[in-house]
Ligand binder design. Structure first.
Ligand SMILES: Nc1ncnc2c1ncn2[C@@H]1O[C@H](COP(=O)(O)OP(=O)(O)OP(=O)(O)O)[C@@H](O)[C@H]1O
Ligand SMILES: [Mg+2]
Length: 360
């Protein structure tokens, strides 16, 4: 099984010491639709969720994964923490998008410490950015192998992206030592709740407000990650344009608070767009001799909750599709959810949960 939890990307300083002091950690997901937060208490036998909260962002504060208004985001984050009176928790957040590259590579077998020296030279051949402007991390995927070469998962993130996120957290009054990678945190949360997803070839598809992240996992190893510029916002806009609904009416339909005749046609169209993205990401599977395609699709994010989406995607792909519950195997304290309906929002919280699960 792939130990996604051991990725300690982009640590600044000693994160272990930080986690050692804190019994709780907070996973903070800064999405274009909602800032979402999950707090996990690690002091018991198993992790327990002790806080869940989310707060909307104004439209276009974040556009296609890029933060346009840093001050507004940091204000939203700090007011969320203040309102919940969260103190003394380790805060973990994540970066993703085009400026993060995750790639399985092969390199000559060597010890972890030697690989750390060699990784920058290796990365130069695989990363399309100036190697001096990126933060690098890696994981040896077959540490017990004996071949001349070893499989390594290479991670590179533009330093500017990591620095900007650090600055945002500090502006929000939070001390963060760890910036994770979105794809790994999603993976981590999936692994924790659906261990069976770490076998065979599966897709983890997080359909957000503006962006859909597609992760293809093989035997628990993230072999491909890709973002599709599609999210629930598009469905809302389609409903406004094609059905003459107001933004509020359309959003009520998207969130399942209101029914609409023939919603199916819009959802089938949306599922088709997601399906094309998954097919493109998984196209390389078809060229393989084994011929093994996708075994299952796990969907999460607010877009996965659109009524009919799960079934429409299953039909489109002819693959079993599962709507992910991040709390499937993580107990939630009865008073954890603040000002929200946890059951309906659950699929949106996969990333935050994955971040909060990290600990020393
Ligand atoms: N119960 C719900 N509460 C809030 N939003 C919901 C709910 N159900 C579905 N949605 C839809 O989910 C969207 C937010 O999903 P999510 O939180 O996954 O996106 P995000 O992480 O903010 O965006 P992105 O990752 O694309 O930047 C909302 O814009 C809304 O249309
Ligand atoms: Mg998101």
């Amino acid at each position: 099984m792939f130990p996604a939890r051991t990725y300690t990307s982009f640590d600044e300083g000693d994160s272990m010491a930080l986690f050692g002091r804190n019994k709780t950690s907070v996973g903070l997901d800064i999405g274009s639709g909602f800032v979402k937060l999950v707090q996990v208490d690690h002091s018991g036998d198993q992790p327990e969720v002790t806080r869940v909260a989310m707060r909307p962002l104004l439209p276009d504060t974040i556009v296609e994964g890029e933060i346009m208004d840093y001050a507004l985001v940091s204000d939203t984050v700090s007011s969320l923490f203040q309102d919940l009176a969260i103190k003394g928790s380790a805060v973990v957040t994540a970066v993703g998008g085009h400026d993060v590259i995750i790639k399985p590579i092969q390199m000559t077998r060597m010890k972890d410490s030697e690989a750390r020296q060699a990784i920058s030279w290796e990365a130069e051949q695989h990363v399309p950015f100036d190697i001096n402007s990126v933060e690098l991390d890696f994981q040896i995927l077959d540490p017990d192998g004996s071949g001349v070469n070893m499989e390594v998962l290479l991670v590179a993130a533009k330093r500017e992206l990591v620095d900007n996120r650090m600055a945002l957290m500090s502006d929000a009054g939070l001390s963060t030592n760890v910036i994770d990678v979105e794809a790994f945190a999603l993976h981590n949360a999936l692994e924790h709740n659906y261990p069976e997803a770490m076998q065979g070839t599966v897709a983890l598809v997080n359909i957000g407000h503006e962006v859909t992240n597609v992760n293809i996992l093989e035997g628990g190893v993230p072999i491909l990650t890709r973002d599709i510029p599609f999210g629930s916002r598009r469905v809302r806009e389609d409903l406004q344009r094609e059905r003459g609904l107001t933004a509020e009416e359309a959003e009520d339909v998207v969130q399942g608070r209101n029914e609409l005749p023939d919603l199916d046609t819009v959802v089938v169209q949306a599922a088709d767009e997601v399906g094309v993205g998954i097919e493109r990401a998984a196209a390389f599977l078809m060229t393989r001799e084994s011929g093994e395609g996708l075994g299952r699709i796990y969907i999460a994010g607010g877009g996965a909750r659109i009524p009919g989406m799960e079934q429409a995607l299953a039909n489109r792909m002819s693959v079993e599709t599962v709507l992910v519950n991040p709390f499937e195997r993580v107990p939630v304290n009865a008073s954890a959810a603040v000002g929200m309906d946890l059951e309906s929002a659950a699929p949106m919280l996969l990333l935050s949960l994955g971040l909060a699960l990290r600990q020393a």
